[in-house]
Design a protein around this ligand. Structure first.
Ligand code: NAP
Ligand code: ZN
Length: 348
């Protein structure tokens, strides 16, 4: 076993603190990665504070990981020591169920093994990227395009794929109007990717201070979502709306903006449910309310290659790990532009 230092939440109420634990030695198909950077996703906070009621403590969050391969098992084909590699939200799946065979490992019916807070088939619980190193089967490690800055590319491993996957699944493209609700970590990636897909992008934000920046990120229009007049101007006009909000909120004002056959896709997973949806908001336009979960392994590499080609990375604020608790509080206040990324060099 290898001794690793990291940061963990030990219960729902206390701040994250230094924590040391063990990882397996790399097997024939594994790579051992020294972690350089790890993004802070709102899911880390939901989990650390047990908002989804399934946290196994102590939990070491972090699933937007970029690092350097230091060891590669004898059967590893994609990597050699010295390569840059990424790890996202998953580290394993059964590989044989219908969803795995369709390269949608995130829906593995045998049980996706998530990067943290999952039972680890090798024993214990999986620990994430708020740590010095990770050992992972090479299938769940990704090649990072050489032109992308590693700190800014880290958030692609969750925020990038989570927004790319539905935008591709619902074929958002030129000539379409796409909405992005919430300009946080996921939201700002959605804006960049939808813009690269040549859709007309409209951002819905509760933060008037983000208006100018939204344009810089690629938005064609910005709507302050609690301004009813501004919202009403867009009634019945959207092909697609991607909702990235981390808190419970009323979906009806957005469903009202869909056009015939329009789709609203939920990504945010708040602690408490949204208020009820009024059926008429869907029936009278054959609208759909959908959801999406990260993306499969093949699609994640496709997203990274797409971002490499279009030079898309995240706007980040790099912090030492000692500031992780402060970062959580700021994220709750939507005070981050637009993703905190931990520099693991700060952890001894
Ligand atoms: P984030 O950076 O905190 O962004 C969330 C944004 O939502 C905020 O920046 C804010 O945008 C808006 N918001 C926050 N509170 C709000 C409120 N009370 N009412 C309206 N808007 C509010 O979070 P994130 O990392 O992007 O994650 C967003 C959500 O997606 C989380 O619930 C996370 O767990 C979930 N998630 C889901 C998946 C998946 O696979 N489906 C993957 C990753 C994350 P404005 O300031 O612009 O209003
Ligand atoms: Zn995430």
């Amino acid at each position: 076993m290898i001794k690793i230092s990291g940061y963990a939440a030990k219960d729902a109420k206390s701040p994250l603190v230094p924590f040391s634990f063990e990882r397996r030695l790399p097997g024939d198909h594994d790579v051992q990665i020294d972690i350089l950077f790890c993004g802070i996703c709102h899911s880390d906070l939901h989990t650390a504070r047990n908002e989804w009621k399934h946290t196994l403590y102590p939990v070491v969050p972090g699933h937007e990981i970029i690092g350097r391969v230091v060891k590669a098992g004898s059967q590893v084909k994609k990597f050699k020591a010295g390569d840059l590699a990424g790890v996202g939200c998953m580290v394993g799946s059964c590989g044989t169920c219908e969803n795995c065979r369709d390269n949608e490992e995130q829906f593995c019916t045998g049980g996706t093994i998530f990067t943290y807070n999952s039972a680890d088939p090798n024993g214990g619980v999986t620990y994430g990227g708020y740590s010095k190193a990770i050992v992972v089967n090479e299938k769940f490690a990704f090649q990072i395009p050489a032109n992308l800055d590693p700190a800014k590319a880290a958030p692609l491993l969750c925020a990038g794929i989570t927004t790319y996957s539905p935008l591709r699944h619902w074929k958002v493209s030129k000539g379409q109007k796409a909405g992005v609700v919430g300009l946080g970590g996921l939201g700002h990636m959605a804006v960049k990717i939808a813009h690269a897909l040549e859709a007309r992008v409209v951002v819905f934000t509760t933060s008037p201070s983000k208006k100018e920046e939204a344009h810089r990120l690629g938005a064609d229009e910005v709507v302050i979502s609690n301004d009813t007049d501004q919202m009403q101007k867009h009634a019945g006009s959207f092909h697609f709306i991607l909702d990235t909000v981390s808190h419970s909120h009323d979906l009806n004002p957005y469903l009202n903006l869909l056009k015939r056959n329009g789709v609203m896709c939920l990504l945010g997973a708040p602690e408490n449910p949204h208020p009820p949806v009024s059926p008429g908001n869907l029936i009278f336009k054959r609208g759909s309310l959908a959801g999406s979960l990260i993306g499969g392994v093949r699609e994640t590499q496709g997203m990274l290659d797409f971002c490499g080609k279009h030079n898309i990375t995240s706007d980040v604020e790099v912090i030492p790990i000692q500031k992780v608790n402060e970062a959580y509080e700021r994220m709750l206040k939507s005070d981050v532009k637009y993703r905190f990324v931990i520099d693991l060099n700060s952890l001894k």
